[in-house]
Design a protein. Structure first.
Length: 159
């Protein structure tokens, strides 16, 4: 078994879009996907991208991805990485692809002097939670995520 992690290229846009769809299905959120393949390509491969993606391959076949961007910690006074999506196709789970993707991001944090690597996980996703716990990831249960979008976001912008 050959496991590799590589940076995504513009040719990967259809693959990344497909993996996002598979992730949405797995998370029971397919009805919320508004992204397009063109939009994903623009996010990741613009002249000055604000988001980035790594692809995990087993024996040359793409099996997962990590889509991430830089964030900042004012308390640390340094940047970090926010992992927006981590997904490994079900048939490839347990073979090290998810761990390899996270290791790649952890190494980037170390090499760039970044303060932390953060992400969110759905509260019902026990397999993922157990995986993250085994890595030593701390739960930040005292923080409650808040989101403005759609009409509420537009209303605030106009007020």
């Amino acid at each position: 078994m050959s496991l590799t992690v590589r940076p995504a290229t513009p040719a990967d846009a259809p693959l990344i879009f497909a993996l996002i769809g598979e992730l949405a299905e797995y998370e029971k959120l397919a009805h919320e996907v508004k992204a397009t393949e063109v939009g994903i390509a623009e996010i990741l491969f613009a002249a000055s991208p604000r988001a980035f993606c790594d692809i995990a391959e087993l024996d040359g076949a793409a099996v997962g991805f990590a889509l991430w961007f830089y964030n900042v910690s004012t308390f640390e006074g340094r940047h970090g990485i926010y992992l927006e999506d981590l997904f490994v196709r079900p048939e490839a789970r347990g073979r090290g692809a998810g761990l390899a993707l996270l290791r790649r991001l952890a190494a980037r944090c170390r090499d760039e002097g970044l303060a932390r690597l953060e992400w969110a996980v759905l509260d019902w996703n026990e397999l993922a939670i157990n995986f993250y716990d085994a890595l030593g990831a701390a739960s930040k249960s005292e923080w409650i995520t808040r989101r403005l979008s759609g009409e509420a976001l537009a209303a605030l912008a106009e007020s």
